[in-house]
Design a protein around this ligand. Structure first.
Ligand code: SAH
Length: 226
């Protein structure tokens, strides 16, 4: 891993220029062309300075539609994947949402920008700490970050309207279905090498409906805290 990736996003200044805004508008245009129609998700991507989430040396990469390495050998998901997963959730203002796999915190900010009340779990202590210090600096101190194993969800803050998993799971954890409200939705990529993007709707206390939205590739959903 390149040493630059492990730096702690300690920028002296967080500068968002017209040039950055222009790059964001271009990225939003690309996402629209690729079929994303969720207006609130696109507005969040247009507003949130994604380059703040990467090391300064890589800021040109922030607005390309590609995943990118961050601290602790993890990645910030590709903007298309963020937009696609977010759209599948049909976020409404006030939704209580649990994200699993905080990583850089970017996806959590997109959900919060759309008016969701966001809880997000990370298993890697170092990433949790960096992101927990960073989000208040960019105005997202209202996102509740938790250090823990996402396979168990968060019993403490359940039930949720929506749950979003941003790592590739080998199976659907029961705890996550249990922690959904009836009519709640879980979006989770499932598979060992390549993942199928599943949207699971809890239609009653003991019944779910599963839809498959095709192949994606994520970093693995691992057990335990690191
Ligand atoms: N949503 C992130 C992308 C994260 S990549 C973003 O917007 O930047 C996936 C993240 O899931 C990694 O940070 C990884 O450490 C985390 N992860 C993997 N398994 C996990 C688990 N069991 N519980 C919580 N987080 C987990």
């Amino acid at each position: 891993m390149n040493a630059a990736y492990t730096s702690k996003r300690k920028r002296k200044t967080l500068e968002d220029s017209y040039r950055h805004k222009g790059m964001r508008m271009k990225l939003v245009g690309e996402l629209r062309k690729k079929g994303i129609t969720d207006k609130a998700a696109l507005a969040a991507i247009a507003d949130i300075p994604r380059h703040f989430f990467l090391d300064k040396a890589f800021e040109e990469w922030a607005y390309k539609d590609v995943p990118f390495p961050i601290e602790s050998n993890q990645t910030i998901s590709q903007p298309y994947t963020v937009a696609f997963q977010t759209s599948l959730l049909n976020i409404e203002k006030g939704d209580k949402v649990l994200e699993i796999g905080t990583g850089s915190g970017y996806q959590a900010c997109v959900l919060a920008h759309m008016g969701a009340k966001v809880y997000s779990i990370e298993r890697q202590q170092k990433l949790y700490q960096i992101t927990n210090q960073f989000l208040p600096r960019i105005g997202y101190g209202n996102i509740r970050l938790l250090l823990g194993d996402g396979y168990m969800g968060s019993q403490r803050f359940a039930p949720f309207d929506k749950i979003l998993v941003t790592a590739g799971a080998s199976y659907v954890p029961d705890a996550l279905i249990q922690q959904l409200k009836v009519d709640g939705v879980l979006v989770i990529p499932v598979g060992d090498d390549i993942q199928k993007m599943l949207r699971i709707t809890k239609v009653s206390e003991d019944e779910v409906k599963t839809e498959n939205f095709g192949d994606f590739r994520f970093v693995p959903f691992l057990k335990g805290i690191n």
